[in-house]
Design a protein around this ligand. Structure first.
Ligand SMILES: [Fe+2]
Ligand SMILES: [Fe+2]
Length: 288
């Protein structure tokens, strides 16, 4: 993977923000909140440039408390591990994302961010319905699942525009278009490579790398399957936002594996647009 010409181009662009490896370690701790030492975790998060400021800004803006949050420790104690995890992942995703560094001209990263939020919401709904994995953990995975797209937006925007053009104008499937433009690799593989570079937890790496083809991974657990299904439901929502009438079908096998009926997935699809707007109102990601 390291030697793939597209990965070399991404590296050479020098556009990927540096994330200290302690961030991955802190995330690992937040994923197992019963075992973590709060002070050690705070020490690690403190090494992520800008995270403390972003967290405090969000809290002081949205909190109804009369006192101001002054330190990262205040924020962690107030929000708890689950919420810090969501915000921390949203933060690194946004570090790379909309308005900041995205450079593609045709591809619209703000609309794409809505697809990520929708994937998070749909996966949370599936987890709540099936009880097969932790709802809050899967929500954070939804935010990061397409990080490979973001990498392209920042580092190789002209490649992303070419892929997007093939999809929109010629109706080429996203993965096929990517394989043509990116010389055989896809955004999932690029995202997986980045997760490795950043030392993110193995489970996140799996979700990012296999969310389009959950059956190809021998390790694919319920998290990967749920994100796959949520991503498919959310892609239908996204293409409607783009004003096209393409519909993506998802396989019955995954629904069977998760013991879900088509009625349930249709109900999730129906509730998605309103829920995305609701989450957008509660957590103003533009504050990061
Ligand atoms: Fe994807
Ligand atoms: Fe996606």
């Amino acid at each position: 993977m390291q030697n793939h010409p597209v990965i070399k181009l991404i590296r050479r662009s020098n556009c990927i923000p540096e994330i200290p490896r302690t961030f991955g370690e802190a995330l690992n701790m937040l994923l197992e909140p019963y075992e973590f030492s709060i002070d050690e975790c705070i020490d690690k998060l403190q090494n992520v440039p800008g995270l403390e400021t972003a967290l405090l800004r969000v809290l002081n803006y949205t909190s109804t408390l009369d006192r101001k949050m002054l330190t990262l420790k205040d924020a962690v104690l107030y929000l708890g591990a689950k919420n810090i995890r969501i915000i921390a992942i949203a933060y690194i995703t946004k570090l790379l994302l909309p308005n900041r560094s995205g450079r593609a001209k045709i591809f619209n990263n703000r609309t794409y961010w809505k697809h990520c939020i929708a994937t998070s919401i749909a996966s949370r709904m599936i987890a709540a319905r099936t009880g097969l994995c932790d709802k809050d953990r899967i929500f954070t995975y939804g935010l990061i699942h397409d990080i490979g797209i973001t990498v392209l937006d920042i580092c190789l925007p002209e490649y992303l525009d070419r892929i997007y053009e093939m999809q929109m104008e010629r109706g080429v499937h996203q993965i096929v278009a990517e394989k043509i433009v990116l010389k055989g690799i896809t955004h999932s593989k690029i995202g997986m490579w980045l997760c490795g570079e950043w030392g993110l937890p193995e489970e996140i790496k799996e979700v990012v790398g296999h969310h389009h083809y959950p059956f190809q991974s021998v390790y694919a657990g319920n998290e990967v399957r749920i994100i796959y299904l949520a991503d498919s439901i959310s892609t239908n929502y996204y293409v409607k936002l783009l004003g096209t009438d393409t519909t993506f079908n998802y396989t019955d096998i995954t629904m069977e594996m998760l013991n879900l009926s088509r009625e349930v997935t249709e109900d999730i699809a129906l509730r998605l647009p309103e829920e995305v707007e609701r989450v957008n109102r509660i957590v103003d990601f533009d504050l990061f």
